[in-house]
Design a protein. Structure first.
Length: 479
């Protein structure tokens, strides 16, 4: 069986390739062929005859531990993904954003389920099938203007000073015209419409003051859409104008891809729900609300879990109860403190692929998979939580839904300088005023109000040590 093997991080570097096609009947055989083809991979993947601990192997988006391990049978078209041991660890080293994203998206599989929705519900959804017109639009030849349907040859020589006179009638004949309104049918035999303002009525006769060419002021049958034409293709992101086209084709319901479901699990002993007055040492839980709204805005369906205390067993139970979700977001508990259990829980239930990302804010972010579902361990600080959502949850939702979600950006000059740390991707909140972008702050991951006050953010690349006042930057609009 021919399978595709995708390599990530250091495996990709050592093999000098992103993927390989291999003919193998089992995972074990595929690995043996892989290291024979790329000998530099052997000491990274194997320790003796055994696969090294914490090397993560996924088959079609699920860890092979959920199948028969190395003895799992392979089938034509299967996809293996091989990841190195968790990157980042206790933050002695961190993973660069692009590498972390590549690793994470390797465990995200596009949803194939489809559902039928009405045209009123289709905007923002991804089309699940090609739309082929079964009719001409328009389905008749129509007048594009108010006026008179004519045979164009009968208007020859017409001018303001020497009008052509035609008789108003109900049948097509030489020297005969017919009164029409915009959109009304034009009988076969008439091949043009003279605009009303270029005529003058005298009883049953009409003076025509302008020459018209064949098909002038006429909408031909099928000039918009022809029967048999593919109008919209599978994967298209539907808009309001597309709904209008579908309605014109006589379509009332359309098949679209199912929206991805993302469960949001907030964790922390100190958290209380919104509406409850916090005591000293407590904080109102807000990340679940913020994350849910962005998930919905980005095309997903947010499912909000109750607050989970800092207990690994409770977190395991919460994750296990949401295995019907397409993605799991854990808010808080992602760092390396005594009460930060999320990364260890993800590792115990599935695979923790990245822990610690070279981004500011958002360094404690963890990425993994449980039961074939992508999992993001989001930092508890709200600004860091937002940065991680934007960096990892948004691309994951795009891949899950097959939806291209464009970012709204604008160019602006900085009203003040921005400082950043080289080696880290920095997310700076900014306000826009009079064409200038003013940084609110480049640190302070817990200052929640800075997100509300911001119009957008500037992303400073890892290899740039800040920007100077007056530099032109790209602002990603977030509010």
């Amino acid at each position: 069986m021919t399978v595709r093997v995708k390599l990530f991080a250091v495996f990709r570097e050592r093999a000098n390739t992103k993927e390989a096609s291999i003919e193998a009947a089992s995972v074990r055989e595929a690995l043996a062929i892989l290291v024979k083809r790329y000998p530099a991979l052997s000491p990274l993947i194997f320790e003796g005859d055994s696969v090294r601990a914490f090397v993560h192997i996924f088959l079609n988006g699920k860890t092979i531990k959920e199948y028969r391990g190395l003895d799992t049978e392979l089938h034509e078209g299967d996809e293996l993904a091989i990841f190195p041991p968790v990157s980042g660890g206790l933050f002695r080293q961190v993973t660069q954003v692009e590498e972390a994203l590549s690793i994470f998206l390797g465990v995200v599989t596009q949803i194939r389920d489809a559902e039928a929705v009405t045209l009123e519900q289709c905007c923002g959804r991804v089309l699940a099938e090609n739309i082929v017109s079964m009719r001409d639009v328009p389905n008749y030849t129509r007048a594009a203007m108010d006026g008179y349907a004519v045979r164009s040859q009968d208007t020859g020589g017409a001018a303001p000073s020497s009008p052509v006179v035609l008789a108003v009638g109900s049948e097509v004949a030489a020297g005969v015209c017919m009164r029409v309104h915009t959109g009304s049918p034009v009988p076969a035999g008439f091949d043009a419409v003279v605009m009303l303002e270029d005529t003058r009525t005298r009883g049953s006769m009409v003076e025509v003051f302008a020459v018209v060419a064949p098909f002038e002021n006429l909408g031909e049958r099928g000039e918009d859409i022809k029967s048999g034409e593919t109008v919209l293709r599978k994967g298209h992101l539907l808009r309001g104008c597309d709904a209008a086209v579908l309605a014109a084709l006589g379509i009332g319901n359309v098949k679209v891809m199912r929206r991805p479901v993302a469960v949001i699990i907030p964790t922390g002993d100190e958290l209380v729900p919104p509406g409850q007055e916090p005591r000293e040492g407590e904080a109102i839980e807000t990340n679940r609300l913020m994350a849910g709204m962005y998930i919905g805005q980005w095309g997903g369906i947010p499912v909000k879990s109750g607050i989970i205390r800092d207990d690994p067993a409770l977190l395991k139970r919460a994750i296990a109860s949401h295995q019907d979700a397409d993605m799991i977001l854990i808010c808080g508990g992602s760092s390396v403190g005594a009460r930060d259990h999320a990364p260890a829980v993800v590792s115990s239930l599935g695979s923790l692929l990245v822990h610690g990302v070279a981004m500011s804010p958002g360094k404690p972010t963890g990425l993994g998979a449980v039961g074939g579902k992508p999992v993001i361990c989001l930092p508890g600080y709200p600004v860091a939580c937002f940065a991680a959502l934007f960096t990892f949850a948004l691309p994951a939702l795009r891949k899950l839904s097959g939806r291209e979600l464009p970012l709204f950006t604008r160019r602006a000059r900085l009203g003040e300088k921005i400082a950043s740390r080289t080696g880290y991707r920095t997310y700076v909140r900014v306000t826009l005023k009079d064409g200038l972008a003013y940084p609110l702050m480049s640190s302070g991951a817990g200052i929640m109000s800075s997100l509300s006050r911001a119009d957008g953010m500037v992303v400073v690349p890892e290899d740039v040590e800040g920007y100077s006042e007056g530099d032109e930057v790209e602002v990603i609009i977030i509010n």
